[in-house]
Design a protein around this ligand. Structure first.
Ligand code: NAP
Length: 258
């Protein structure tokens, strides 16, 4: 595997869940991490301190609201002051609660405002974040971008129409990005996760049901954990994945087929 030491990951939403597991996986491998938080500033600072102490890397946390795409430019300018390069960008953060009202629900209850918020948080955040990252990757001869998707765009999940359609959209957008950024030696892929036990899933009104159904459907007879996703995202950023671009890798414990 290529030497990843001294490279820099930028990842959105790494205070908990899948984003935190991804950030830690990169930190363990000697990669500096610039990550964002939204509501959990103190938690974010503690994570940055912990990763620096444990893994001897540089870690910094920055505020970001993915519902405000204009925040990405100043975010990356702040990152430029602390880090000399951007090698990897992972678009991971996701909204839940109030902003998804009208977007999370049954088809007949969907409302344009909630749906638009999910589009902004999913597709716009990927586009503007990747544009900023790509400008920096181009200067160092290339890089790798990964967006988080979900198998809820392939299989029915109750109340998930708004998220599922936007995950399908971000997968399609990542293929367009891959086709056009390849000339800068930037690879772009999506990782589509099956249900993973995080706060976002706990926010589902039928969380216990989804969890039980996941265990039942999984070929491995268990629920997915954040670290189940992190390894694939990391792999996609290494040179071992040098010929993989414009793809969606499904990481679902076998739940989608069963
Ligand atoms: N959990 C699953 O079953 C599952 C399955 C497949 C794919 N995914 C995808 O994986 C990604 C991570 O999901 P997760 O389950 O790990 O979520 P999570 O545990 O709820 O974490 C969400 C992260 O997003 C941040 N965030 C929330 N609102 C934000 C906003 N308005 N602006 C910027 N950041 C915001 C949070 O920061 P603060 O803590 O600072 O507020 C947190 O770091 C998402 O793209 C999700 O769709 C999840």
């Amino acid at each position: 595997m290529s030497d990843m030491h001294g490279k820099t990951l930028v990842i959105t939403g790494a205070t908990k869940g899948i984003g935190k597991a991804i950030g830690e996986k990169f930190a363990q491998n000697g990669i500096n991490v610039a990550f964002t938080y939204n509501s959990n500033a103190e938690v974010a600072q503690n994570i940055a301190n912990e990763w620096e102490a444990k893994y001897g890397i540089k870690a910094r946390a920055y505020p970001l609201n993915i519902l405000e795409p204009d925040e990405f430019k100043p975010l990356f300018e702040a990152i430029d002051k602390d880090f000399d390069r951007v090698d990897f960008f992972v678009s991971n953060a996701m909204i839940y609660g109030r902003p998804v009202v009208g977007g999370y629900g049954k088809f007949m209850k969907l409302k344009p405002r909630g749906l638009n918020n999910i589009y902004t948080a999913t597709v716009n955040a990927f586009v503007v974040g990747t544009q900023e990252a790509a400008r920096r990757m181009e200067k160092i001869g290339g890089g790798s971008v990964v967006t988080m998707s979900s198998t809820g765009n392939l299989v029915y999940i109750e109340n998930y129409a708004g998220h599922g359609t936007n995950k399908a959209a971000v997968e399609a957008m990542s293929r367009y990005a891959a086709a056009e950024l390849g000339e800068m030696n930037i690879r772009v892929n999506a990782v589509s996760g099956g249900p993973i036990d995080t706060d976002a899933l706990k926010a589902f009104t039928n969380y216990e049901e989804v969890k039980a159904e996941t265990v039942k459907r999984s070929a491995l007879n268990r629920m997915g954990e954040p670290k189940d996703i992190a390894g694939t995202v990391y792999f996609l950023c290494t040179d071992d994945a040098s010929w993989i671009t414009g793809q969606t890798i499904i990481v679902d414990g076998g739940t989608t087929f069963k």
